[in-house]
Design a protein around this ligand. Structure first.
Ligand SMILES: NC(=O)c1ccc[n+]([C@@H]2O[C@H](COP(=O)([O-])OP(=O)(O)OC[C@H]3O[C@@H](n4cnc5c(N)ncnc54)[C@H](O)[C@@H]3O)[C@@H](O)[C@H]2O)c1
Length: 416
């Protein structure tokens, strides 16, 4: 830590003398809280879910993320990390609550509002409040500031408020929380500097300062860029299918052009980031975001295309058995939010085109009871058609000989 940082912001930036209250202990909040705890901060995590709080206080985790169990166990055992149901006073508050969208794609900021209101009685002069949740333009200034900052305290002088969006990749969160470059946008310059000083105590990547609005939009732009590029790939996958050529080969060849980099098509786009965040930009200015909207629509229609394709293939069997591999939205995670793979399984079941047998090694029947899940071996053995929906590592090992005996729909290009 630089002398300047210590001089300017005093003891609040020395991990061993600084307390952090993390609001929301999910995929972002828990890794962040436990990494901060291992760096020496005194961390208190708060969540509204009793099972989450209890599990963490037992030194265990409620989500699937490599090595997180070890880090949480050691943070809890050392006394650096505790969890509870109410916020408590701290030097730094970090909001990591969900920011979903509603069925009409407008942002649902109720969790941010609740979290901001909840910390308000605990906010004291000198505190830093950081919104890490991916947020629509102006959320930090228009929602967090009025709801979280107590009357009479001036932002930028008495309390400091900033947005610092997360860019981690599930499966690599513990590494990326530390290694990624971070964009930090304060409500005032002082807020930016104070938040930068905090992130510089544990981030090894660059900590780039800007204002709150630019930080909010930067995060949304990153995911919109990916969504538009994937929509292009998904559109190509349908076009090439109809032309009778291999989309993966076409993309591989096109990407040999020095200035072309097409992303991979798939069964659609899922998770609660890429499939949600672009809508925040569309909602902010519907008249000037036709490309971002269309990309969302193209990606949202892809599951239906897969369902119709499989239904067509099923017609060749008297009593078709359709094996669906994977329901999570991406490989090797246990996250089913906004998952196109799950939508496809639901669609195939509803379409009644045959018996649908589904497996997902990352989802236990204890956690998921919408329909029965089977072992991979069972599904492979019993199915006439195998539909690869999520590219979990387990599925990549299915022997070629077995695949040759089945009708195969590989939405991820892993069995090519
Ligand atoms: N998961 C990712 O890979 C990822 C990546 C980048 C950004 N983000 C963003 O980070 C934010 C959090 O995402 P997540 O994946 O961690 O969500 P999550 O659903 O895994 O975790 C959120 C947690 O917040 C808790 N919560 C809800 N309301 C609360 C409240 N008022 N007070 C305290 N706790 C509350 C929930 O019980 C839950 O445990 C979202 O804005 C998301 O878009 C997520």
């Amino acid at each position: 830590m630089s002398t300047q940082t210590e001089g300017r912001f005093g003891k609040t930036m020395v991990p061993g003398e600084t307390s952090v209250c993390v609001i929301g202990l999910g995929y972002i909040g828990l890794p962040t809280a436990s990494v901060l705890a291992t760096k020496g901060f005194h961390v208190y995590g708060m969540d509204v879910r009793a099972d989450v709080v209890d599990t963490i206080n037992e030194g265990r985790i409620h989500i699937e993320e490599p090595d997180l169990d070890m880090v949480v166990r050691s943070a809890v055992n050392s006394g650096q990390l505790r969890a509870g149901y109410e916020p408590q006073a701290a030097d730094i508050f970090i909001l990591c609550v969900p920011t979903p969208h509603r069925p009409d794609h407008s942002p649902d900021l109720s969790y941010v509002e609740q979290a901001a209101k909840a910390i308000r009685p605990f906010v004291q002069p000198g505190n830093l409040i950081i919104l890490e949740s991916t947020s629509p333009p102006r959320t930090t200034e228009d929602i967090v500031v009025p709801l979280a900052v107590p009357d009479g305290m001036k932002v930028g002088e008495d309390v400091f408020v900033a947005h610092c969006p997360e860019r981690v990749l599930p499966g690599r969160i513990l590494l990326e929380v530390v290694q990624n470059d971070r964009v930090v946008g304060g409500v005032t310059n002082n807020c930016t500097e104070k938040a930068q000083a905090f992130y510089e105590t544990f981030v090894t990547g660059k900590v780039l300062g800007t204002n709150a609005l630019a930080a909010e939009v930067t995060k949304l732009v990153e995911n919109s860029y990916r969504d538009v590029n994937i929509a292009f790939a998904n559109e190509l996958s349908i076009l090439t299918d109809r032309l009778g050529i291999d989309v993966w080969e076409v993309i591989e060849l096109a990407n040999r052009h020095p200035r072309v980099n097409i992303l991979s098509p798939g069964p659609g786009v899922g998770g609660h980031c890429i499939s949600v965040d672009p809508w925040f930009l569309v909602h902010a200015d519907p008249d000037h975001t036709p490309l971002i909207r269309t990309a969302r629509e193209v990606n949202d229609k892809k599951p239906q295309y897969v369902i119709e394709h499989v239904a067509e293939l099923a017609k060749q069997f008297a009593s078709p058995k359709i094996g669906c591999l994977g329901i999570t939205y991406k490989a090797d995670v246990d996250d089913i939010r906004e998952s196109p793979s799950l939508d496809i399984v639901r669609g195939l079941r509803a379409a009644n085109v045959g018996e649908v047998l589904t497996c997902d090694p990352y989802i236990s029947s204890a956690r998921f009871n919408e329909f029965e899940l089977f072992d991979l071996e069972d599904v492979i053995e019993k199915s006439h058609i195998l539909v690869l929906l999520t590219d979990h590592r387990h599925f990549k090992k299915v022997p070629r000989k077995v695949l040759q005996e089945k009708v195969v729909v590989d939405t991820r290009g892993v069995w090519r």
